[in-house]
Design a protein around this ligand. Structure first.
Ligand code: G6Q
Length: 537
């Protein structure tokens, strides 16, 4: 039985069109339309988005836009922006866009304008961040804090780590930033190597303040601090919290004054512009942080108002559907040509895969189509010397996103040109390849010719921006956030819950006591029982 999606008129037209265009190559498409390299480009909000090297014609795009219309994308988008409870399984609004809304705007959640609340927290964060940056936040023994350790996991870690790495150029270098996420004690132990509890501040970032990993690391941090500082009252000077659970935070010993709050309408993986960004704000300062928020907001506005045909997240999302559902592509490469962006693919993995890794529709029916694409990647040019081989000559179709910046932050003679030349060349090689005749022209022995042929026809997008600034980072993240939304809307799934994560949080709790008590009877399957037995011995 087909679902509403696969039964829809737009889907059927796309299926028919796919059969017609499947064999048409990117090279053919460029031959047919000499202006393609500039006409399949959108320049909006300071992003040059080239989607010419895709296996799509103008007709494909128009059918994809019809699909979006038929699936009610625009109305669904409005539901999100206006605070309707589109996270139906958790009965919540989805309002991360309110976190970057300008002062004075009105966005209602349950009839309450959340924008003043957002700005109250931002103002409180700014006061605190400035105190730390000016050396005015003193530890228990009177020394200014110099080291900031963020403890959190998943959505309470990946955004802060990624943003810190991406914006390190703008960070205050006299402060040290470290991040702890894994419950593996090695993570915490390494993070505090060489630090002195007297000038170290921990930010415990946990929306729920109950997550096993974060609570275990927070306890380890407390013990580490108190070992040197002695008094329990030191906790209030060396720990602050970002959380929605005031009761548990206070129980931990953190001063209620030093809680930076957020709300249930902010999902973990959409929370990097909430108070979860506190470490980012301390690192880059409130003004740069405001630029970051402005970048997000510009793309929010673009996504909400630009026509579908010029709408970057819409085009990205639809291209993803085209490859995922028609070409059967399983994965999507994300290849930033900027070393500061090294954690960006990891950040996107959570954003995209935790959001759209779902197999039932909003109505609870099993989908009869593929959903969430697997995202992965590494910065260029490093990736070129490892996995690009498979993208060029392997048997799998892997659409790629290249991301580059015109200006470099640290000028070294020629290196920026080398970097960007590589990015452009990779997109060109993937699309157009190298034929057997071209290989032969290089006097290659005949038996090596097949090995040196690049069939090309491998699709990619290129995103070009001026410079890696806080504002541009905000734009890039928001662009992917909304791309995820577009795909979730087409697939009719809920990108905003995470039942799989919840399950993980429960399962280990059952096994912990069984590892700690050798006498406890084991009632799992034979493999699980044996693994527990092996650990016990
Ligand atoms: C994100 C997920 C998940 C979450 C972590 C941390 O969307 O819900 O990654 O962010 O499990 O949760 P806490 O912030 O509650 O500790």
């Amino acid at each position: 039985m087909s679902t509403d999606l696969t039964n829809s008129a737009a889907w059927k037209s796309l299926e028919k069109h796919f059969r017609e265009i499947e064999k048409v190559t990117i090279k053919d498409l460029f031959k047919l339309d000499e202006t393609r390299g500039t006409s399949f480009v959108t320049q909006e909000a300071g992003i040059y988005f080239d989607y010419s090297k895709h296996r799509v014609s103008a007709e494909t795009l128009s059918l994809l836009f019809s699909l979006a219309e038929e699936r009610g994308l625009e109305a669904k988008r409005e539901d999100m922006f206006s605070g309707r409870k589109i996270n139906t399984t958790e009965n919540r609004s989805v309002l991360h866009t309110a976190l970057r809304a300008p002062k004075g705007s009105t966005i209602l959640a349950d009839g309450h304008n959340v924008v003043p609340d957002v700005h109250a927290v931002l103002d409180k964060m700014a006061v605190f961040a400035e105190k730390v940056r000016r050396g005015e936040w003193l530890g228990f023994t009177g020394k200014p804090v110099k080291n900031i350790v963020n403890i959190g996991i998943g959505g309470s870690d990946l955004g802060p780590v990624m943003a810190y790495e991406a914006l390190k150029y703008y960070a205050m270098r006299t402060l040290t930033f470290r991040f702890v996420s894994n419950v593996d004690g090695n993570d915490f132990s390494e993070a505090v190597q060489g630090l002195d509890p007297e000038d170290t501040l921990f930010i415990i970032s946990s929306k729920t303040f109950t997550t096993l990993e974060t609570m275990a690391n927070a306890q380890a941090a407390r013990a580490w601090s108190l070992k040197k500082l002695g008094s329990i009252s030191a906790v209030a000077r060396h720990f602050v919290a970002v959380s929605t659970n005031e009761k548990e935070v206070v129980k931990f010993g953190i001063d209620a004054e030093n809680i930076f709050g957020f709300w249930d309408w902010v999902g973990g993986r959409y929370s990097m512009t909430s108070a979860i960004g506190l470490s980012t704000m301390i690192a880059i300062g409130p003004e740069n942080y405001q630029q970051l928020l402005d970048g997000f907001h510009q793309i929010d506005v673009h996504f909400r108002t630009a026509p579908l045909t010029r709408n970057i997240p819409v085009i990205m999302g639809l291209l993803g559907i085209w490859y995922n559902n028609f070409f059967g592509a399983q994965t999507q490469g994300v290849l930033p040509y900027d070393n500061y962006m090294k954690r960006f693919p990891a950040y996107l993995q959570q954003l995209t895969m935790e959001s759209n890794g779902k197999q039932v529709t909003l109505g609870g029916k099993r989908t009869d189509y593929q959903t969430g694409t697997i995202y992965w990647g590494e910065p260029g040019t490093n990736g070129q010397h490892s996995f690009y081989q498979l993208i060029h000559q392997g048997t799998k179709l892997i659409p790629c996103d290249f991301i580059g910046f015109k200006e470099t932050l640290n000028e070294l003679p020629s290196q920026q040109d080398y970097l960007i030349a590589n990015m452009i060349a990779q997109g060109e090689a993937l699309a157009f390849g190298k034929t057997a005749d071209e290989v032969r022209a290089g006097n290659v022995p005949e038996e090596l010719v097949p090995h040196k042929v690049f069939e090309g026809n491998r699709p990619s997008s290129t995103f070009f921006l001026d410079k890696l600034t806080p504002e541009n980072l905000g734009k890039l993240v928001a662009m992917y956030e909304h791309c995820v939304f577009v795909q979730g809307a087409i697939w009719d799934i809920n990108p905003f819950d995470q039942m799989g994560v919840e399950l993980g949080k429960v399962l280990a709790q059952n096994i912990i006591p069984e590892l700690q008590d050798n006498e406890k009877p084991l009632n799992h399957d034979s493999s699980t029982n044996a693994l527990i037995g092996f650990y016990r011995k």
